[in-house]
Design a protein around this ligand. Structure first.
Ligand SMILES: CC(C)(COP(=O)(O)OP(=O)(O)OC[C@H]1O[C@@H](n2cnc3c(N)ncnc32)[C@H](O)[C@@H]1OP(=O)(O)O)[C@@H](O)C(=O)NCCC(=O)NCCS
Length: 192
């Protein structure tokens, strides 16, 4: 019992150490990055990440960046522009496609940006199946406001100055200077 407890403790310490090393690498490369812990940011290649000046990440966000995965030939990657703010409990899945966020964006709480889908074929275990390589990545322009609880699905592009209402599910491209909301999101109006 004691051995098991020690083994579990050591495993936890090693995981914590790996997390600290990853976090330190991010701060070394982007000293103006402002992370309010706890933030989970696993990544397999720092070169697949590009962060602008004074980017802020609020607590309980998970940013998952994997440049290479066996399930997809499409590389994962993440770019966040200057002065962009990501609210609490964000969920950024930059794997099997790239997530590109412009500058001066306001991404509210509980927003999911998803770069790829699992392939869905009858008789297959979805978890073990490959990922769709046709509709991948999410692009968010500059000065975009994404309301809380929004999900942007793979392959969607959001134009500059767009606004997406709280709780929306974005399933297609959103043109610049427009306001969208709903599930699926539809255009409410234009930014005037
Ligand atoms: C999208 C938003 C900005 C629109 O504001 P607005 O232009 O003042 O829109 P209105 O309140 O006049 O609503 C216009 C119509 O859109 C609908 N609508 C507004 N927001 C909606 C939303 N999030 N989802 C679905 N429908 C929405 C309204 O019900 C209304 O419909 P109706 O014309 O049939 O009555 C706002 O509703 C919103 O969702 N803000 C996000 C707030 C947030 O998440 N903040 C996080 C902190 S940063």
């Amino acid at each position: 019992m004691l051995m098991l407890t020690i083994k579990l403790w050591l495993k936890e310490q090693r995981a914590l150490w790996r997390r600290c090393r990853r976090g330190a690498a991010l701060y070394r490369r982007w000293p103006t990055l402002r992370i309010t812990e706890p933030v989970s940011w696993p990544h397999d290649d720092l070169d697949a990440i590009e962060i602008g000046h004074r980017v802020s990440i609020a607590p309980f966000t998970e940013i998952y960046v994997q440049a290479r995965r066996i399930e997809s030939k499409v590389p994962g990657g993440l770019r966040i522009g200057d002065n962009t703010w990501i609210g609490a409990s964000g969920n950024i899945r930059a794997v099997g496609g790239k997530i590109i966020i412009g500058k001066n964006c306001l991404i509210a709480q509980h927003v999911s940006l998803i770069a790829s889908n699992h392939n869905v074929r009858a008789g297959e275990i979805y978890l073990a199946a490959g990922w769709d390589e046709t509709r991948t990545g999410v692009t968010i322009g500059d000065n975009v406001w994404i309301g809380c609880g929004v999900t942007v699905l793979p392959g969607c592009h959001v134009g500059n100055n767009a606004v997406i209402g709280a709780g929306s599910i974005v399933t297609k491209d959103i043109p610049a200077d427009t306001i969208w909301a709903g599930n699926p999101a539809h255009q409410l109006s234009e930014v005037k």
